[in-house]
Structures are given as structure tokens and as C-alpha cells.
Design a protein. Sequence first.
Length: 207
Amino acid sequence: MGWLLVRKHPDVKLRGRTVDMSDLDKDWVVMFQMKYYLILMPVCCFLIPALIPWYFFNETWSNSWYVSAMLRYTLSLHFTWLVNSAAHIWGVKPYDKNISPTENPSVSVLTFGEGWHNYHHTFPWDYKAAELGNYSLNLTTGVIDMFARIGWAYDLKTTDPELIRKRSTRTGDGTRQEGHGHSHENQLYGWNDKDMTIEDRMMAKIK
């Protein structure tokens, strides 16, 4: 987690300010959570997880607090931080060998699908963040798809398989396997990034 101690690159700060967040500003659920964060966070993250085993399963308060609250939170943070550490060091680069992010199945297991980092950085607009045909190592996509079925998620942007094939052939390290279910100089920060090519925009799919 040493990367947390490193100052953000000026380009990160500059580009971060250009990201359009207006859709989140209009979402009352997001704004409610933001407004009452200092209350919701300790209650939902620490108090409720500790109370459940203590009250319903007669667990000791110390065990409930240190295991269900503190240990769970510590592990979830470190698993999340593996995405920006281990998934930038160990793994293959089937989509773009010129960048540091890799495909790391171990990180994906621990983070419910966030370890397919080379794909995510190559196609940052794709909600799946991976080129997998099932949810076995990408449960996060399964949750989003479930929300899409009930109308809670929509306009899901994904990547055309032909674009993936062309891009991996052009800039990948040769490790991409055909049959999944579904050298740029500058990093892409998202859908509206000015460095995103017209070809990429035309090939993207919106569900």
C-alpha cells in the first residue's frame, strides 16, 4: 500500500477535474450518502456488522468487533489496494503491453472481478472491466447485469469483440485467447476522453 503515500501526478489531478459527474450530482441516493456519510459509514461499516453476530448468534462482543468489523474492513481495503499494486506488477498484458496494468486472476478472485486491469485500462468505458463469458471470476459484472434487468442500471457501454481482437493484435503481448464470452500513447480516462478515437466510439456498444 506504499502507493497511497505517493503524491498524485499533476496530470491525474488535471484530468480528474474534467470528468463529467453531473449524472451523480442528480442521483438522490448518491447525494444522500454523500450528505450523511459521517453517520452512515461507521454505522453500516462497523456497528451493524459487529452487532449482528453479538445479538443473533451469542458471539462475544470482542470477537464480533475485531473479526466482523475490524478484520473484515482491513481485509477488504487490502484486497482493493491489490488492484493498484499486484495487478500492476504480476500478470499478462493481452490487450496493451505498453502499459503497467496486467490481467491477474488472483486479484480478481479477491475483489470479485477487478483484477482484469489490462483490459480495464485499454477499454476504460466498458462496464464489464473484463472480456469474460461468465461471472465465475467477475461477480461485479453479474451484479450490474442484475440491476440492468430490473431497470436500476442502463446505457451500459461495452466493447465490440472485433475491436478487442484488432486492439489486442496491434498492441497486446500475444497472450489473449480467442473464444471469450464477449500502442496507444495516452491513457484513456473514460468515455468522453479527448484521446478516445472515433473508431473506438463507433465500435462501442450500449446496452
